[in-house]
Unconditional design. Structure first.
Length: 166
């Protein structure tokens, strides 16, 4: 009896571990912070470089070399356009222009720095993020927001790409 229980436990452990190895997770992290004293919203996003390369290659039907010496000015612009086309923010029911401050690389991840200007007060904040959904339908965006002194975290998916905070 003890041998069969040990065998069952080992088999279960093997199946669980192998399922994690076979299934790749596609996730990004977005941090949003409202700074009322600066009348701005600061946004930081993190995406895997290889996923962005593949998504842009699919979209433009050409090889991309993001974050390499072969990356062109056009590819930088196409990446920025892709991010801005797939990210929408509404404050108090009105769409806001998103400004790209820049990007940097942290290991195999792009870190994007974005900002919204002229935001004096937030009553409602809506975000729609469809980045990478065209390439990876199983992509998920973990989002952390700090607005008006309140912290809220939520998950955006292909089935639910938007969230409204009141």
């Amino acid at each position: 009896m003890k041998k069969s229980a040990s065998f069952f436990t080992l088999t279960l452990l093997f199946v669980l571990c192998s399922s994690f190895l076979l299934h790749k997770f596609y996730v990004s992290v977005t941090q949003i912070q409202f700074l009322p004293e600066k009348k701005s919203v600061q946004i930081t996003q993190r995406y895997f470089i290889d996923d962005l390369n593949a998504a842009l290659e699919k979209k433009h039907a050409e090889k991309f070399y993001l974050d390499s010496s072969k990356e062109t000015a056009l590819q930088k612009k196409q990446l920025e356009d892709y991010v801005l086309q797939n990210l929408e923010i509404k404050i108090n029911g009105k769409s806001k222009k998103i400004n790209v401050l820049g990007r940097e690389t942290d290991a195999d991840v792009f870190v994007f720095y974005l900002t919204l200007s002229d935001v004096a007060k937030i009553q409602t904040f809506e975000i729609k993020n469809t980045i990478l959904f065209d390439y990876l339908p199983e992509q998920q965006h973990i989002t952390h927001a700090q607005i008006n002194g309140k912290k809220k975290s939520f998950l955006l998916t292909n089935a639910q790409p938007y969230h409204l905070l009141k």
